[in-house]
Design a protein around this ligand. Sequence first.
Ligand code: MG
Length: 228
Amino acid sequence: MKIDWNDIDTVLLDMDGTILDRHFDDHFWLEHAPKRWAERNHVPLEQAKEHLYNLFRSQENTLNWTDLDYWSDRLGMDIPLLKREVEHLIAVHPYVIEFLLFLKHAGKTVWLVTNAHSKTLDLKMKNTRIGPYFDGIISAHQVGLPKEDPGFWRKLQDYISYVPERTLLGEDSETNLATAQGFSIRYLVYISRYSSTVEPRQSDQFATIDYFNRLIPEKGCSSITISA
Ligand SMILES: [Mg+2]
């Protein structure tokens, strides 16, 4: 895929996995929450994992999936408090700040568009201080639909104005890239190194980058090509 930055006005970026290391989230939900739940309910860790993983699966692709109040209720634990126990794992991916500075200098409008709940957003913005690099932040909880919903990208236009044909979206979810494709967002980029602990894998459907420096053109040049 060829990207000429002269053809793009708006950049939409996902948060977890895209600009922030998803190792924090994966570790929290797959290891830390089950560990605390096992201690609290006096059950073996393996049993706690099986129980929680089933609960998580039952809420995939819904707003409950990222709703910390829902999970605090459902699991009988203070999830925001537990997240703070492992907040040292919250990290910005390499080259993200360089890319955001490039976008700013190029005069692009940049929105953080996330399924994350306001309490997760608060914790991550406090830890990374990345908020000021964006023109604004939109949570799917404000929009009322998760990004997995085919209606999301249209409804997003009630909150921000963007021309799909002149917009680039960066995501570590191929499902969300597919719903954006359904709304004709033109430049769709899959982030393969969503966690510092995974081996990157090229998407079969979307142009793929490991790090955002791949989208920064050489000086004096406005376009780059990435493999699709
Ligand atoms: Mg993500």
